[in-house]
Write a protein that binds this ligand. Structure first.
Ligand code: ZN
Length: 140
């Protein structure tokens, strides 16, 4: 199994996972993101307290890339400070948009590194960025 296969596996697994696909009680914010070019439509619910994202979930529909990247993002940011999350969002967006390859930075992305190859698939870039840009808009 090569790295691409492992990455595909991670994406597929997360796109099917129900773990982060739910509603949470009394979210601090609800954020909507749409990507009309693909039909991706997501709604993020977050509980933010004392400068941290305590919990998060999402609902929505769309392609495997958009749904998996949202689920992976939620796993990554849960329990982290907004300051750390801002840095992670920057690294991820840089990886996709500018092909950032600094392994020390990319290691911080954990499973989200599975989307590295999307930088070579222009048609899917918006799918992979949808939830990350939506969150960035809110916390920047
Ligand atoms: Zn899509």
């Amino acid at each position: 199994m090569n790295l691409d296969d492992i990455y595909s596996e991670i994406i597929l697994e997360h796109s099917r996972s129900k773990k982060n696909r739910k509603t949470i009680k009394n979210p601090t914010v609800t954020l909507k993101g749409v990507n009309p070019s693909c039909g991706d439509d997501i709604s993020l619910e977050l509980i933010i307290d004392d400068g941290k994202i305590i919990d998060g979930s999402f609902s929505g529909e769309g392609c495997a890339i958009s749904q998996a990247s949202t689920s992976i993002m939620l796993d990554l940011i849960r329990g982290k400070s907004l300051k750390d999350i801002k840095e992670l969002l920057e690294i991820y967006i840089d990886m996709i948009v500018n092909k950032e390859e600094d392994s020390e930075k990319l290691d911080k992305l954990e499973d989200a590194i599975a989307f590295q190859n999307i930088s070579n698939m222009p048609a899917r870039v918006k799918c992979a960025l949808l939830s990350w840009r939506t969150l960035e808009e809110e916390i920047k």
